[in-house]
Write a protein that binds this ligand. Structure first.
Ligand SMILES: [Zn+2]
Ligand SMILES: [Zn+2]
Length: 96
């Protein structure tokens, strides 16, 4: 299903809980202990929007740059840390 900022793209459910994931925090500069949520049904992880609190973009260890969204689906806020990471990734690895 398409990502709408409220439902998990993997399973379509909308129940999430905050998680602290030290591996994802090390890998991604935009992951903090207070902005990472886990789908309690399937385990998919997302960061949430600092502005509105809805889901911002999916995060997983094998993420490629084009899979990361840097504008909130719900309120159109941008996340500068995500934008910088995407920009850096495109310059480093090309547009995969
Ligand atoms: Zn899910
Ligand atoms: Zn938002």
């Amino acid at each position: 299903m398409n990502f709408d900022g409220n439902h998990c793209v993997e399973c379509g459910r909308d129940e999430f809980q905050l998680v602290n994931d030290s591996i994802l925090k090390r890998k991604y500069p935009f992951v903090r202990e207070d902005n990472l949520k886990l789908c309690i049904n399937c385990g998919a992880k997302y960061i949430i929007c600092d502005n509105c609190g809805n889901l911002f973009t999916r995060v997983h260890l094998s993420h490629e740059v084009p899979g990361v969204i840097d504008i909130c689906m719900t309120c159109n806020a941008t996340n500068n840390k995500v934008s910088q990471w995407v920009k850096f990734g495109i310059e480093s690895f090309g547009n995969l």
